[in-house]
Write a protein that binds this ligand. Structure first.
Ligand code: GLU
Length: 260
């Protein structure tokens, strides 16, 4: 387990920050920057778990599709094609920082079974002890909740709770939770009270939107995990969030974590 200074951090990357502007391929420059920032955190002694979408986007390019298909089976097929490409992209970029990655494909159902839950926890703990970066995605072939609604928002909160993380950071294509005038709200103590600010629209490439993010935030802070919603396209944002410096919107835990 990470100490108070060395945090266990779950970072969630949505499709909107991993894909190229057209959304049909992976943005190599983004991968280079994000993996470099994670390498900084690991070199400081933090333990990092990545919850990553991007399989559908990678699959679109591979299958020669110009747009995200409407029907679920086609999106599942894209994810199945793209998942290998997603992992090879992470493997290649993390290798430049001497970091090894592991693939964990999970479903919400896995979290409901006590045996599966324990197995996931044990695997994650052993990977982190070996300085491996676990890369989690929904297993889109067998489950479709995140394909339909969340782009892994809910899954990231479940992973943070399972791993007893000290921090959850949801990286997205906007700067954080925005008020009615489009300004970033720096801190939110009451998630329910801010839901009225949430805009119905969402980024063209983002599957989740702010509403599913707030549900994930609520689950995490209720479990004592401080959460940040911040831009995944701003340099240095991950490191700032991890070091408690101003970054996006900060949601303090409702139950204070015990000193680790
Ligand atoms: N698990 C999916 C992915 O990795 C979710 C995102 C989506 O629906 O596009 O691509």
């Amino acid at each position: 387990m990470a100490t108070a200074a060395h945090k266990r951090i779950v970072l969630k990357f949505g499709s909107g920050i991993l894909a190229t502007p057209k959304g049909t391929n992976l943005d190599q420059r983004q991968f280079a920057r994000l993996t470099k920032e994670i390498a900084v955190l690991v070199s400081c002694g933090h333990e990092v778990i990545v919850v990553s979408s991007g399989a559908v986007a990678a699959g679109l390019g591979a299958l020669g599709l110009a747009e995200r298909p409407e029907d679920l089976a086609s999106r599942q097929a894209c994810a199945a094609v793209g998942q290998g490409r997603l992992m090879s992209t992470y493997t290649e970029h993390f290798a430049k920082h001497d970091l090894t990655v592991a693939q964990l494909l999970l479903t919400h159902r896995d979290m409901d079974s006590r045996i599966s839950y324990a197995n996931i926890r044990n695997t994650v703990a052993r990977l982190l002890a070996n300085r491996v970066v676990p890369i989690v995605n929904e297993n889109d072939t067998v489950a479709v909740e995140e394909l339909k609604f969340g782009d892994n928002d809910a899954l990231s909160a479940e992973v943070a709770i399972l791993a007893e993380a000290n921090l959850l950071v949801l990286l997205t294509s906007v700067d954080g939770l925005l008020d009615a005038k489009g300004r970033t709200i720096p801190r939110v103590d009451d998630v329910d009270a801010v839901e009225k600010f949430v805009r119905a629209e969402k980024g063209r490439l983002s599957v989740g939107g702010m509403s599913t993010k707030l549900q994930a935030v609520r689950a995490a802070v209720r479990s004592g995990i401080p959460t940040v919603v911040a831009s995944g396209r701003k340099a240095g944002e991950i490191v700032r969030a991890a070091s408690g410096k101003p970054a996006g919107t900060y949601f303090p835990p409702l139950i204070p974590l015990q000193a680790q």
